[in-house]
Design a protein around this ligand. Structure first.
Ligand code: ATP
Ligand code: MG
Length: 355
């Protein structure tokens, strides 16, 4: 038996609603399989916390989180708090300090989910997004503010080490899964300093992986290809910004934000990894129990994989697929009229059915 220590950060808006369903699923697994146990602590570090304490988490927040095996995160954001605060005072410190340099985002069309695009087969690819440096660097500033000629500079930080550790992770995945080609999202024809180093670094890693080719594709062409033939992609490596954009597009191709999970991975396991849906707090639908909890529950499946329980991840994915296929308890974004908790309950029921 193993007991994993899990830090839960429900966050704001629909975050707590979908996290509740994610926890329901995890609790069901601990009941059905005594070899998998959780010791859970919930943290109220959200916008409400910020309004009370003028900070997103306590001073020792990171050292508290560090003691956990994984972080299960909902969503954060609230109209009363400036948008950059939760990103730069909570999410980024966790990603950067815990060296969660791989942002893994599966773009997978589950059976029964309609894509807005006609394809020759199911859409199923992985985006490996660089998660710790790149364009989201916070280095730069406004210059010449006194003059009418205002100027802002924002620096992109690309390090060979940073690119290569991400690339190695993507190539390892490709190797394990028989993928023969990795698409490298780039723009080195125009962004000549940082993106050239990016390309060179990816290519260098590729030399260690026989039989896996790298295809450099400019980001502008790549978004067009993703709309024209998304089914032809298997693995994409992308910088922080490019990966962010590609995966929102990807989410739209496979059923929307309510169905799109993500993992912020520290592959070495020196620090906890964090699992969250890619959607935000969605204030427009908060409190109505109409948010789709599948992205959050799928994120729990990614967490199970990371914790070495592929078997349980598979049970969760099968349960999600079953609920979608039978169209029994789907939320309005998927054309149903179920409540958030009903989707969660239906998935739990499927889990007990399987175990
Ligand atoms: P944030 O500022 O936290 O990013 P947001 O207003 O940008 O919040 P998102 O969560 O990014 O909202 O989502 C954009 C839209 O997608 C929302 O308005 C919402 O209607 C829809 N949406 C997002 N997540 C879900 C979900 N889990 N289920 C159903 N609809 C969702
Ligand atoms: Mg948003």
């Amino acid at each position: 038996m193993k007991t994993y220590r899990l830090a839960v950060l429900p966050g704001d808006g629909i975050g707590p609603e979908v996290v509740e369903e994610g926890m329901k699923v995890l609790d069901a697994l601990t009941k059905a399989d005594s070899s998998f146990q959780l010791e859970t602590t919930s943290f109220d570090w959200n916008s409400e916390y910020y309004l009370k304490h003028n900070r997103m988490m306590p001073e020792d927040g990171l050292s508290t989180l560090k003691e956990y095996d994984a972080i299960f995160f909902g969503a954060i954001g609230d109209r009363r708090v400036p948008e950059h605060i939760p990103i730069w005072d909570l999410i980024m410190p966790i990603r950067k300090n815990f060296h969660q340099y791989v942002n893994l985002r599966p773009i997978k069309q589950l059976p029964g989910v309609q894509s807005p695009i006609q394809t020759d087969g199911p859409i199923d690819f992985y985006v490996f997004r660089e998660n710790a440096e790149g364009e989201y660097s916070n280095i730069g500033g406004r210059l010449y503010q006194e003059t009418t000629d205002e100027l802002a500079i924002q620096n992109t930080v690309i390090t060979k080490k940073g690119v290569q550790r991400l690339a190695r992770y993507a190539f390892d995945y490709a190797q394990k899964n028989g993928v023969r080609k990795i698409v490298n999202a780039t723009k080195s024809n125009a962004i000549v300093h940082s993106m050239r180093l990016w390309d060179e670094s990816v290519k260098e890693v590729a030399t260690n992986y026989e039989g896996i080719a790298v295809d450099d594709v400019y980001i502008d062409a790549l978004v067009a290809h993703l709309v024209q033939r998304p089914e032809s992609f298997e693995v994409i490596v992308a910088s922080n910004l490019f990966g962010d954009i590609l995966t929102d597009l990807g989410a739209a191709l496979v059923g929307g934000l309510g169905l799109s999970p993500s993992a912020n991975l520290n592959p070495e396991g020196d620090f906890p990894s964090m699992f969250e849906p890619i959607h935000g707090s969605a204030p427009d639908i908060t409190g109505k129990q109409i948010a789709n909890p599948i992205a959050q529950i799928w994120s729990a499946a990614l967490m199970l994989e990371h914790l070495g329980r592929d078997d349980l991840a598979l049970v969760v994915m099968n349960a999600i697929e079953q609920v979608i296929k039978t169209r029994t308890a789907l939320t309005p974004d998927m054309g149903g009229n179920a409540k958030t908790f009903e989707t969660g309950d239906a998935i739990v029921k499927q889990i007990y059915h399987q175990m």
